[in-house]
Design a protein around this ligand. Structure first.
Ligand SMILES: NC(=O)c1ccc[n+]([C@@H]2O[C@H](COP(=O)([O-])OP(=O)(O)OC[C@H]3O[C@@H](n4cnc5c(N)ncnc54)[C@H](OP(=O)(O)O)[C@@H]3O)[C@@H](O)[C@H]2O)c1
Length: 239
């Protein structure tokens, strides 16, 4: 049975994606600091992305207890401290570093461990028809910064670079694909009020089932699917 691992599995994207992939025949493992999904259905692994050194042991445990994932979804994110008087939304280097760990370092290490697993599955002839897929839940901040979102924006930009690097320069001879998945409104407006879990689950499964690399910056809207929006997206007040 194919295995999917969801890192940062909460009520929205995580729950919907876990249900969607399970219905499609995947065994789904989930990882976060607290357990929110039924562990009888979705094996739970306690994990804190502020400490990227936990990634290797997370994958080791998932390999041993569930299997090697052909799909890895990274959905955890960290925002900086609200209400700062300077544009910097952190008080200390340590606080900024923790945010970068969640948004940038852990996603990169997870991508490396994901690829190790894809190679292992391929060598064993066990990679399914969709190949290996790494999916990161992004947002619009790699297209344009927004005030008050320094830590989140710098981190998401870094992971956009990670995903673009892997999608464009590595493994082009293999059925491995890498995506920075970013939901927008149908006019390209970011999802300020929160993302749609079901819409993400649909896009994730569709991308996971296709062994070919599509647009690495996978901007989509629930109504129209993939669209390449202008970088200068509409403001929060736009409809
Ligand atoms: N496209 C857009 O415009 C847009 C808008 C809003 C959000 N987003 C993105 O959507 C994603 C979140 O969506 P969601 O609605 O699914 O959020 P959610 O329901 O809050 O799920 C996120 C999960 O990540 C886990 N998490 C957070 N920090 C973690 C850490 N340090 N280590 C391990 N797990 C951690 C949380 O679980 P624990 O607390 O138990 O660890 C939580 O369950 C984020 O990547 C966010 O940036 C995009």
């Amino acid at each position: 049975m194919s295995v999917a691992l969801i890192i940062g599995a909460g009520e929205a994207v995580g729950r919907a994606s876990a249900e969607k992939f399970a219905a499609a025949g995947y065994e789904v493992a989930v990882a976060s600091r607290s357990q929110k999904l039924d562990p009888a259905k979705f094996p739970f692994f306690k994990f804190d992305a502020t400490d990227p050194t936990q990634i290797v042991s997370l994958f080791e445990k998932v390999h041993k207890e569930v299997g090697v994932p052909s799909v890895v979804i990274y959905n955890a994110a960290a925002v900086g401290k609200a209400g700062q008087v300077t544009p910097f939304d952190f008080d200390t280097a340590e606080a900024f570093q923790k945010g970068m760990n969640v948004n940038a370092i852990s996603p990169a290490v997870a991508a490396r461990e994901a690829v190790k697993g894809f190679l292992e599955l391929e060598a064993q002839g066990k990679l399914g028809s969709g190949g290996g897929t790494y999916l990161f839940t992004g947002n619009a901040l790699n297209d344009k910064p927004l005030p008050g979102l320094f830590t989140l924006g710098v981190g998401k930009n870094t992971t956009a670079a990670t995903v673009e690097y892997l999608a464009r320069t590595a493994y082009n001879d293999k059925p491995f694909s890498f995506y920075y998945v970013d939901e927008r409104g149908s006019n390209g407006r970011p999802m300020y009020e929160g993302v749609n879990g079901d819409a993400h689950a649909d896009v994730f499964l569709q991308l996971a089932q296709d062994p070919k690399q599509g647009p690495w910056q996978y901007t989509f809207s629930r109504d129209n699917g993939y669209s390449a929006f202008p970088k200068d997206f509409p403001s929060k007040d736009s409809p």
